[in-house]
Design a protein around this ligand. Structure first.
Ligand code: ZN
Length: 312
């Protein structure tokens, strides 16, 4: 009985992964054995390594200082064979080779996450028309959707990790994103001018209004202006129809994590500051790249556990 249930859940999960709205129907097992998955995974971890450089340098305003990687503790140049994503961290057991200082824990996680993200994005937007004969023909619109999602989620990932560490969303990322909106609209096949324009206006203005309300009610700043600029960028890149799901999912997941943290620390501290940016980013990313329609999932999960007895 239990085995049957687990099989149902597994086949349900498999059915979710089937690339929606595309001509590819493929299962988890097929994805795992495809060389494309691993090529995109490795490409993702290399990107992740670059994101780590951005995450370290952007808040310290030293982004353009040097194009070689140097140890932040002693300034020694890091040889390229010690810059292999994830593997170098494991081989060095989390310590730098030059001076033995700790390498930040988030480094390998950002690399691993980026690898999984890029591999996933490929299957979400599979731009090769024949999965078995790649490079034969690419579907341009899907390639644009893939590139758009890749740049968008990468920038949000960098913003999120910086926000978690420094409680700021760097203007050097969010403002150029807003300014690039016309270019995104011009290239992207699904985005309209009206929707992007309303997205920027309502996204920026909406958070500004919430921030103002929060300040008026609680007497202190709860949501930063950084969040307003980030949501303006999200509205511009995804269109205004993304704003409500983003805010909804962002605040639900933010509240869950916030309450979890309070329970974990066994004290009620409503003054504790939790960055909102990562949750906005999560909400926006889910809106854009989740392979499913959220209402459909809820209905299916409901059907899975509450089967009506009349049904075979
Ligand atoms: Zn060092």
């Amino acid at each position: 009985m239990k085995g049957v249930q687990i099989f149902h859940i597994y086949s349900y999960l498999e059915s979710l992964i089937i690339a929606k709205g595309s001509f590819l129907s493929i299962t988890i097992s097929q994805i795992l054995i495809s060389p494309l998955t691993w090529i995109f995974f490795v490409f993702g971890t290399v990107l992740g390594s670059f994101f780590n450089v951005c995450i370290y340098r952007i808040p310290r305003e030293i982004f353009w200082q040097s194009n070689r990687s140097i140890c932040p503790h002693c300034g020694t140049q890091i040889p390229s064979w010690l810059n292999i994503p994830i593997l170098s961290f494991l081989a060095l057991r989390g310590k730098t080779r030059c001076c033995g200082e700790k390498i930040p824990r988030y480094y390998p996680w950002v690399e691993l996450f980026s690898g999984l993200l890029v591999a996933y994005l490929y299957w979400r937007f599979p731009f090769f028309e024949k999965a078995l004969l790649p490079l034969l023909k690419t579907d341009t619109n899907t390639l644009i959707r893939f590139t758009h999602a890749l740049i968008f989620t990468s920038l949000l990932l960098i913003c999120s990790v910086i926000d978690m560490q420094h409680m700021i969303i760097p203007d050097v990322i969010s403002l150029p994103m807003v300014l690039l909106t016309p270019l995104v609209v011009l290239i992207h096949p699904d985005l309209t001018w009206q929707s992007a324009l309303w997205g920027v206006l309502l996204g920026g203005g909406g958070v500004y209004a919430i921030a103002w309300l929060y300040l008026a009610v609680r007497g202190r700043e709860g949501i930063g202006m950084g969040d307003a600029k980030l949501l303006a960028a999200i509205g511009g890149w995804l269109g205004c129809q993304a704003l409500i799901p983003t805010l909804l999912f962002g605040s639900i997941s933010g509240s869950c994590i916030g309450i979890g943290l309070m329970i974990g620390k066994r004290r009620m501290n409503f003054q504790q500051e939790i960055p909102f940016g990562p949750f906005l980013a999560l909400g926006a990313a889910l809106y854009l790249i989740a392979p499913i329609h959220w209402l459909e999932v809820l209905a299916k999960i409901h059907g899975l556990f509450f089967r009506s007895p009349a049904m075979p």
